[in-house]
Design a protein around this ligand. Sequence first.
Ligand code: SF4
Ligand code: SF4
Length: 143
Amino acid sequence: MVGLRTLRELVPPYMIERFAAMPSLDCIQPASCNGCGLCCQGIGSPVVLYTSNPDSWGPHPFRPAALPDDLIREIDDHFLGLHRGQEPQEQCLWYDAATRSCRHYEWRPQVCRDYELGGSECLALRQRHIEGERPREIAADEG
Ligand code: SF4
Ligand code: SF4
């Protein structure tokens, strides 16, 4: 085991912040997503699917037609032509770590809607978290 000072020298700051921002869950079966947000971290930004493609004609394949312009601008400015998998992976662009929730839940992409509250993946993620799973990078550094 390494001391906190050593850990801070070994682990990227975003991982320390992520670890500190992890929720304290008191049950595996959730009544809502409030105070959780586990599935919005470590998976990149599904909203990168909403990025504009100036070479493409016709309706956007993923973006809701009524998505507000300011949200489109934020996504386009942030990802600058990156595709899914190339974006930073620590947490979604729309994830608010302070409230552990989605900043634009009503506009979340289909992949987020398909991730069912209380479904098997949700429950497994919460169970692993309650049982003490820590970010892999930190666990590996501790040996
Ligand atoms: S779907 Fe499950 S894992 Fe994701 S935020 Fe909601 S309760 Fe947490
Ligand atoms: S769009 Fe919202 S619900 Fe989907 S991963 Fe990002 S923060 Fe979570």
